[in-house]
Design a protein around this ligand. Sequence first.
Ligand code: ATP
Ligand code: MG
Length: 276
Amino acid sequence: MSTPAAEHAPGLASADGIAARARGLTKAYGSGETAVIALDSVDVDIVRGRFTAVMGPSGSGKSTLMHCLAGLDTVSAGQVWLGNTEITGLKDSELTRLRRDRVGFMFQSFNLIPTLNALENITLPMDIAGRKPDRQWLDRVIDTLGLRDRLRHRPAQLSGGQQQRVACARALASRPELIFADEPTGNLDSRAGLEVLGFLREAVDRLHQTVVMVTHDPGAAAHSDLVLFLADGRIVDEMRRPTAEAVLERMKRFDVIRAPSGEGALRSDGPAPDKD
Ligand SMILES: Nc1ncnc2c1ncn2[C@@H]1O[C@H](COP(=O)(O)OP(=O)(O)OP(=O)(O)O)[C@@H](O)[C@H]1O
Ligand SMILES: [Mg+2]
């Protein structure tokens, strides 16, 4: 196991400031003529205690990036760290434990267990880990997400938005230090969506958790501290303290600008944005 790359951007005193890191992260699916390069040598630092949004066209590699950073998928080349631990090359059992202890994941396709009710789905990761939920925290998560009267329902008895809220609650229930959320507001009405975003924001501001969120919605991205823009498997731009208008403008340029080939990806490891 090696330590993270030595170079640090200004403003980062130590590797403790990094919740997740990738260097040269490459992910290819298939081989030969049908091979798809989903991620093309991505360098990225996810700074601890910050809310990072990931945007980019469909197929640009957003979900793949999240899965690889969270240790849910293997990489074709490159290295990934969670905190100070390099996860590329870890044994499955070690990776599973690390992930369980540190990471909460909200999948684009919920991944709820159909035979379990909402509450059982929410507490499943902790049940597997043999850990007791913090009752107060769990209640707060359940109430904030408006799931109180749906806890005994199975996924098939819930609307898409309700299933999404269950998936959200499951990711938050164990209070993981690092939360990955793949389009968490995609199926929610605007009120529920704002609540989820507010909750993620609060997790960062008050509980010092780290959130990485994929979204197609400039309004949702505006809740973050930093937006990373992906195109063709590379990070091609970043925006600090985003506004919905600025993000929308940037997104429009994806139609006309393609990432030049052979250039290194931008890194997101600059100093933390000043808080107003
Ligand atoms: N299991 C797989 N097998 C083959 N190709 C895959 C697989 N998973 C993803 N890909 C390809 O990798 C690329 C990146 O996919 P990814 O799911 O990361 O995109 P995305 O940015 O999350 O898109 P969306 O916004 O539609 O969710 C796409 O071209 C996709 O077709
Ligand atoms: Mg996706």
